[in-house]
Each structure stands twice: as C-alpha cells, then as structure tokens.
Ligand binder design. Structure first.
Ligand code: FAD
Length: 377
C-alpha cells in the first residue's frame, strides 16, 4: 500500500514529539507538552486498539500507600525515597481531581483501609508506632496531623471477617480507570495531539537531526524527539533498562444485595487489594503467591492466582454470601530493583518515562510535568 500525499502531510507528517504508549503516562505527558507549548506537534502511537497494558486494567485505586507498604519501602529504599514517592503520588491525585470533574471519571473520596488478620504479629506490634511516625513524616505532604488512624471499630460495619485490626486513611479514593483514560485521550486530541493505534514500534534510529521509527505497518514515522512510555514493555525498545514485568490479576463479583463494604482496602503490604464497585466487589493481587509465574507480559489469568483470590474473597470479604465471578482480567505493571520511576534522556533526542512500580495512576500527572520540563530544556 502506498501512502497518499494527504496522509503524508497530516497523520504521518513529521512531528516535534512522538510518544510511544497511550497509557496514562503517555497521555499525561502529551497533556503537559501541549499545555506548555500549544504549537508543538505531538503524536501518540500505541500497538493496541485501545491502551493495552496497565492503565485500563488496574483496580481503579486513587491511593498513595498503606502503612505497611510505606514502612517496607522506607526499609528497602530509604525514608527519603519513600517520601518522594508519596509526595509525587499525592500531588498526582490532586492533579487528576483538578483537571477532571468527579462525575467524568467516577471519582469518589471513599476512604482507604489496611487490614490485618492477627497473623502479622511483627507488623501489629509496631502498628501504633508506625502510624505515629508516618503521620509525623507525611504532615508536610498531606497537611493532616493524622493521615492514618486506627479504625478497628469499623471492621464489623464493613462486613469483614477474621480481621483483627483496621487502619483508615480518609484521603484515599477510587475512580473508573477506563473513563479516566478515555477522558484524557479526548482531551489531548482536542488539544491537537494525533493518536495512532494498532501500530507497534519495533525499533528506532537516529538519522541526521531526526529519529526514524520502525513499525509493523508500512507507515513512515519521523520525529525530532522520541518519548518512550511503554512501562512494563520498555525493554523491547530499551533493553538496558532495569525493568521487569509484573502481572496483576483481578476479579469482579456479581452484584450483592446490601453489600456493606465501602472503600478501598489493602492487605499484606499491598499485595492484595479490593474495593466495592457499586454493589460488587473487585479484588486483585496475590502476585506474591507465584512470583515467577507472574513475571510475564502475558495478559492472561491463571488458575493458581484466581483460586487464591476466590479463597481470599470467601474467607475475609464475603463468607456466607451467594455470588458469581463475572469478570476476570490481568494487567502488566513495570517493576525493578528500585521503586522510583525512570524519567530521563536515554540518548540524544530519545527520552523515557517508565517503571511506574504499580503506582502509575497516581504518578502519571507529575511524571508528565517532569517530561514537559525535560523536553523543553
Ligand atoms: C492490577 C493492577 C493494579 C494496579 N493498582 C494501582 C494502584 O492502586 N494505584 C496506582 O497508582 N497504580 C496502580 N496500578 C499501576 C498503574 O495502572 C500503572 O502504573 C499505569 O497504568 C502505567 O501506565 P503507563 O502508561 O506507564 O503504562 P501502560 O498503561 O502499560 O501503557 C503502556 C502502553 O504502551 C503500549 N506499547 C507497549 N509496547 C509498545 C510498542 N512497542 N509499540 C507501541 N505501543 C506499545 C501498550 O499497548 C500500552 O498501551 C495497577 C496496575 C495493575 C495491573
């Protein structure tokens, strides 16, 4: 197939910036690039018919970390890095709320909880100390004296079983991941960004003053600056990066009459997460039950994890209820030896914003801001 002159001079015209990946990071980067400089010509290219990685396949949490997750992060990566991430996540969530009306993205400040079953002896022993310590550290970020507080009295009202301790964070919420991506996509298109789907970028080459992209389609793509936002899949184009894929599996129940559960919930340092979705329950995680098997970019579900999730569901959340599992899916996160994202110029005129470590919903708006600054400097 030959390209028409009209196509060559519009859709496929050389761009100032081409972004690979139309997930939340690619979209927020496009949003900030156009906001900073409306004259910039920007295109986003994605191999999926819609964004197909993590952004439309997560659990729809608007969160910035549970107590045990933050304590573990501080121990592994240092207190300063932990706080830097919390601040980016918190600011990112504020940004989403500034740009989109709650009704557009089904956002609700529902409150978040972390639960304990009594088996986590060491964590429970230091719970009050950890809450107090984190509240002191987080005060400058959230502006609250008590970001986290004990809420054991709410265990019964939430309908939870075999749960001994509960921590509440009133600043946490949930949203509709599909509606957020769609709203962002529509917004960047209205700002003049060209969005090209079903085109896989297989490589790129610097030629004189521009970058030539190689694709699985017969389309010429040329750009002054290339920005790679493919997160878990980034090593296909940038093999030297410290990124490994981590699959997150999810299930959703049928509607449940008088479901008492309301809010977002974390368990086991964030390895399990669940929320109400109207009067259904959405539950995900359990990756730590099969780490090796879940280190994959395959967007499928497995019996091992799904059975573990169903066991968790009928033990702690819905014992005695009658329901069906109506939906199951997986999404792929990008992890590495460090938890901070990789946002940098990898070679002249080639940039990346990847490795969101399972926090990209919250991080993406701030990452987009950083990228716009980096590309304009
Ligand atoms: C189950 C689950 C739960 C999660 N929970 C949370 C949470 O509670 N809070 C939170 O903040 N985050 C959470 N996340 C993480 C969050 O969803 C991700 O960090 C975020 O969506 C990453 O966005 P992204 O744009 O970097 O990557 P993605 O959304 O993965 O987008 C990458 C895009 O690149 C495209 N692509 C890849 N390779 C190519 C190529 N060669 N050519 C063209 N296109 C390509 C893909 O098709 C994809 O659309 C969760 C994720 C999952 C899966």
């Amino acid at each position: 197939m030959q390209i028409s002159i009209w196509e060559k001079e519009s859709f496929y015209a050389p761009k100032d910036v081409i972004i690979v990946g139309s997930g939340l990071v690619g979209l927020w980067c496009a949003w900030h690039l156009k906001k900073n400089d409306p004259t910039l010509s920007v295109a986003i290219v994605d191999r999926g018919i819609i964004p197909t990685g993590a952004s439309t396949r997560n659990a729809g949490f608007a969160c910035f970390g549970s107590v045990t997750e933050l304590v573990e992060d501080a121990a592994r990566f240092g207190e300063e890095n932990m706080l830097q991430l919390v601040e980016m996540r918190y600011k990112g969530l504020q940004y989403i709320r500034k740009v989109f009306k709650p009704v557009t993205i089904d956002f609700e400040l529902c409150g978040g909880y972390e639960l304990f079953t009594g088996n986590e002896k060491a964590q429970i022993t230091s719970l009050d100390h950890d809450i107090e310590h984190l509240n002191t550290l987080l005060k400058d970020i959230t502006g609250r004296n008590q970001t986290f507080k004990r809420a054991d009295k709410k265990i019964a009202a939430q309908g939870l079983h075999h749960v001994t301790h509960l921590i509440e964070n009133k600043l946490e919420g949930y949203l509709h991941s599909g509606k957020l991506c769609q709203a962002l996509l529509q917004t960047v298109q209205s700002m003049g960004v060209t969005v090209l789907n079903a085109i896989e970028i297989s490589g790129f080459e610097k030629q004189n003053d521009h970058i030539e992209l190689y694709t699985n389609q017969f389309v010429p793509l040329r750009t002054s600056k290339l920005l790679i936002c493919t997160n878990a899949f980034a090593r296909q184009l940038l093999p030297a990066l410290d990124i490994v894929p981590a699959r997150g599996q999810v299930l959703v129940t049928s509607p449940i009459e008088n479901l008492p559960l309301k809010g977002t919930f974390h368990f086991d340092a964030g390895y399990y997460y669940f929320r109400n979705l109207g009067n259904r329950v959405l539950l995900g995680g359990a990756r730590n039950k099969a780490f090796e098997e879940e280190t994959t970019t395959e967007l499928t579900t497995t019996n091992t994890i799904q059975q573990e999730l169903e066991h968790f569901l009928c033990t702690y959340i819905l014992p005695g209820y009658s329901y069906q599992i109506t939906d199951r899916w997986s999404g792929i996160m990008g992890m590495g030896n460090e938890k901070l994202p990789i946002v940098k110029e990898v070679s002249p005129q080639v940039f990346c914003a990847v490795r969101m470590s399972g926090m990209g919903v919250a991080l993406a708006p701030v990452i987009g801001q950083r990228i716009a600054k980096l590309l304009s400097s």
